[in-house]
Design a protein around this ligand. Structure first.
Ligand SMILES: Cc1cc2nc3c(=O)[nH]c(=O)nc-3n(C[C@H](O)[C@H](O)[C@H](O)COP(=O)(O)OP(=O)(O)OC[C@H]3O[C@@H](n4cnc5c(N)ncnc54)[C@H](O)[C@@H]3O)c2cc1C
Ligand code: FES
Length: 272
């Protein structure tokens, strides 16, 4: 293990410095951590909720040493985290994993649900460097669309497309629906995506049909976060160590599993 990975893997305790409510089910937690403050977009950290569990979370922002993660309440650990207050102690390991590459031409980012979080971090870093930045964000309903105000500031209205399944905001459709015509109409040098794996698979198919470059961040069950336990495998890859960001060429190698099933903690296959 490299010395930098040993340092990243050492559990540090820190305080929650700020909590912001982003939607009825998502809160953003800010912590101070010297190592994670050096993270690049796409990397994740392992957050320990004392006495409960340790969970992987994408880094959503780094600003003056303050590191933010946006967390959807889905089960035990995330419910306890949502009940915590500023000033309370959490543990952190990381940053882990690889990061998105920085493309300088015309880029398109496609986010679904909390998959929008790592893309926000990427969008902020790319906005000053790219020729044009377009963003497509989808959610079930208006209240669950994340970071719309910030994204409007980054992309300007014309290059932000929003979709909701119930039609309460933006286009009434799945996030993948407006993509086909957008990809046919405009030229993009790189497409980045993160979200539910079924969505990622659909985007992979759309970009493959058009021979377009893609980088997708994947989620798998994670325990160690450093490539040892094997709980996060997809094909020949360990998502925590070889990803979480994968190129189109790598996704081609794991097509049989992508958007179809993942390993459960007991080793059984869980269909998506
Ligand atoms: C690299 C990565 C980045 C992630 N980034 C975010 C993020 O930015 N925001 C966010 O809200 N969520 C993120 N997740 C998912 C988050 O880790 C899970 O929602 C969380 O672990 C659920 O824990 P729980 O105890 O509340 O729920 P549980 O009741 O334990 O599980 C609910 C569901 O969450 C998933 N899950 C549970 N434990 C884990 C685990 N250790 N690793 C991965 N998934 C798990 C499973 O699909 C499970 O069915 C990320 C996951 C990965 C792998
Ligand atoms: S989480 Fe243990 S190998 Fe990836």
């Amino acid at each position: 293990m490299s010395t930098s990975l040993i340092a990243a893997n050492t559990l540090r305790t820190t305080e929650i410095v700020q909590i912001r409510t982003d939607s009825p089910s998502v809160k953003t937690f800010a912590i101070v951590d010297r190592l994670c403050a050096k993270a690049k977009p796409g990397q994740f950290l392992m957050l320990w909720i004392p006495g409960i569990d340790e969970i992987p979370l994408s880094i959503m922002d780094v600003n003056n040493g303050v590191v933010s993660v946006s967390v959807k309440q889905v089960g035990d650990a995330t419910r306890h985290l949502h009940d915590m207050a500023a000033g309370q102690t959490v543990g952190v390991r990381g940053p882990f994993g690889n990061s998105f590459t920085e493309s300088r031409g015309r880029v398109l980012l496609v986010g679904g649900g909390t998959g929008t979080a790592p893309l926000m971090f990427l969008a902020k870093q790319l906005s000053a460097k790219t020729e044009r930045l377009s963003f497509v964000e989808g959610a079930k309903t208006k209240d669950e669309l994340l970071f719309i105000r910030e994204l409007n500031g980054i992309c300007n209205e014309k290059s932000l497309i929003t979709t909701t399944e119930d039609g309460t905001y933006g286009l009434q459709c799945m996030v993948t629906q407006p993509l086909a015509s957008l990809l046919d109409k405009e030229k993009f040098d790189m497409i980045y995506t993160c979200g539910p794996e079924v969505m990622v698979k659909k985007i992979f198919e759309l970009t493959e049909q058009r021979k377009l470059p893609l980088e997708a961040s994947l989620e798998r069950l994670m325990r160690c976060g450093i490539g040892l336990c094997g709980s996060c495998v997809i094909g020949k890859y360990r998502v925590c160590r070889d990803g979480p960001v994968f190129t189109a060429a790598q996704l081609r190698e794991v097509q049989e599993e992508l958007g179809i099933s993942k390993l459960g903690f007991d080793g059984s296959r869980i269909p998506f």
